[in-house]
Design a protein around this ligand. Structure first.
Ligand code: UGA
Length: 443
């Protein structure tokens, strides 16, 4: 199948690479010339385990190519995936200008039937807008070509994107066209052989499915963070409570890990956008607003604990910080808790010595020569000369550190853990004072 992908960001690149890998003939199009040039030379702009070899292999095999030429892109694919960004605008709603620009491009360049597939996370009703944009460009050209619009939201997680794409839980396809439905079935056949994972529905329901999935997951996290905050105040241990409730299969163990708040490019943006959509149809989504509020507050919990420990005087304190990315296995720092923490620490006059296995370049890009920030080459280096240690991301290499040397090197033997990585007794044995999230007995 000939396929075109608009947008070589996270979703677009993974989709293009994986579809090429199963034998489709894929062109990825981006307006960013620099990015396309880099991709052609095998340079992958994002850190995603497993992506680079797939891109290289399929480029060499001639199944994956890159272009900045919109005409070439539209001519190529029977299926045209829109995978461009939908950043939040000032009021929190998703900005659709890039999506509709692609739709117009398709309408301007198509000369035969096309299936236009929305893969970006777009508000309910965008399918109609995409359809109208393609139609109005065709009208301008005096053409009556047929096309179908499909909503096919993406559910991949950063850091596990390739396996999520290759082994999906579900492939949601929203369309009212039988023809588009069969073409999408054919496109996804390689990922759908053993049992049918395709769920067909109308376009609006597919669009809402994406937001509902992310909002439900964010709700689970904010709910657990709220119970964690209660645990601290009640002298209970959230880790015991987590095991206790997760054992009920109706609740499940997934996504009930308390922490210093969720981040990333999806949950914060999508929860806000859905709440905003609700307001636009005169519905006050109380639960969604609360999920967001709890998360904003949770991002301050580590700072509050540190500040409390130093009795409100952080002037000149040196804080070692392990973990900057919003979660492990990515260099992405969008909406990361580490940022809220660092910014609060700097405001309070503290210095930060930070280390992350992947996000150092990103930190440098965002904070540059920020006063009060030192970037450390290793986690051990971050500890040198520091007063206390704080952990914001649960990278594997932080799981079993040398506690004795942490205790020896810090001027105050204290660990603030935003991801509940350790057993309190273990740190206690090494003479470390341990503040985690929701572990009431030692708060
Ligand atoms: C999320 C969804 O999990 C994907 O299904 C979805 O496709 C994607 O958004 C998207 O819309 O594109 P992602 O943002 O990559 O994926 O990251 P997650 O693994 O979901 O983690 C999000 C945040 O929640 C992280 O900051 C993580 O630390 C936090 N989290 C996660 C918790 O605090 N507790 C948990 O139990 C799980």
């Amino acid at each position: 199948m000939k396929i075109t992908i608009f947008g070589t960001g996270y979703v677009g690149l993974v989709t293009g690479a994986c579809l090429a890998d199963v034998g489709h003939d894929v062109i990825c199009m981006d307006v960013d010339h620099g990015k396309i040039e880099k991709l052609r030379n095998g340079h992958i702009p994002i850190y995603e385990p497993g992506l680079e070899p797939i891109v290289k292999h399929n480029v060499e095999a001639g199944r994956l190519s890159f272009t900045t030429d919109p005409e070439e892109a539209v001519r190529h694919g029977l299926i045209q995936f829109i995978a461009v960004g939908t950043p939040p605008d000032e009021d929190g709603s998703a900005d659709l200008q890039y999506v509709t620009a692609v739709a117009r491009t398709i309408g301007q360049c198509m000369d035969d039937y096309r299936v236009v597939v929305d893969k970006s996370t777009v508000p309910v009703g965008t399918g109609d807008k995409v359809s109208a944009a393609v139609r109005s460009e065709l009208d301008k050209r005096g053409l009556e070509l047929e096309f179908d619009v499909v909503s096919n939201p993406e559910f991949l997680k950063e850091g596990a994107a390739i396996s999520d794409f290759m082994k999906p839980d579900r492939i949601v396809v929203g369309t009212d066209s039988e023809r588009a439905r069969e073409l999408l079935r054919e496109t996804y056949y390689p990922f759908n052989r053993n049992h049918d994972r395709m769920i067909f529905m109308d376009i609006r329901s597919a669009e809402l499915t994406k937001y509902a999935a992310n909002a439900m997951l964010a709700t689970k996290i904010s709910f657990m963070n709220e119970i964690a905050n209660l645990s601290e105040r009640l002298g209970a241990d959230i880790e015991a409570v987590r095991r206790g409730i997760g054992s009920d299969p109706r609740i499940g163990y997934h996504f009930i890990y308390p922490g210093c708040g969720y981040g990333g490019s999806c949950f914060p943006k999508d929860v806000q956008a859905l709440a905003r959509t609700a307001r636009s149809c005169d519905y006050d989504a109380k639960l969604l607003n609360a999920v967001e509020d709890v998360n904003l507050a949770q991002k301050h919990v580590l700072f509050d604990k540190i500040s409390h420990y130093f009795q409100g005087n952080l002037e000149g304190k040196v804080i070692a910080l392990w973990g900057l990315a919003f979660k492990p296995n990515t260099d992405d720092m969008r909406e990361a808790s580490s940022r809220t923490l660092m910014e609060s620490l700097w405001k309070a006059g503290a210095k930060v010595q930070a280390f992350d296995p992947e996000a150092m370049a990103e930190t440098q890009r965002i904070y540059g020569d920020q006063e009060g920030l030192a970037l450390s080459g290793t986690k051990e280096q971050a500890l040198k000369g520091a007063d206390v240690l704080v952990i914001c991301t649960e990278w594997k290499e932080f799981r079993s550190p040398d506690f004795a040397s942490i205790a020896a090197v810090l001027s105050e033997p204290v660990v603030f853990d935003g991801r509940n990585l350790y057993e309190p007794e273990m740190l206690d044995r090494h003479g470390l004072i341990y503040y985690a999230i929701g572990r009431g007995h030692n708060q």
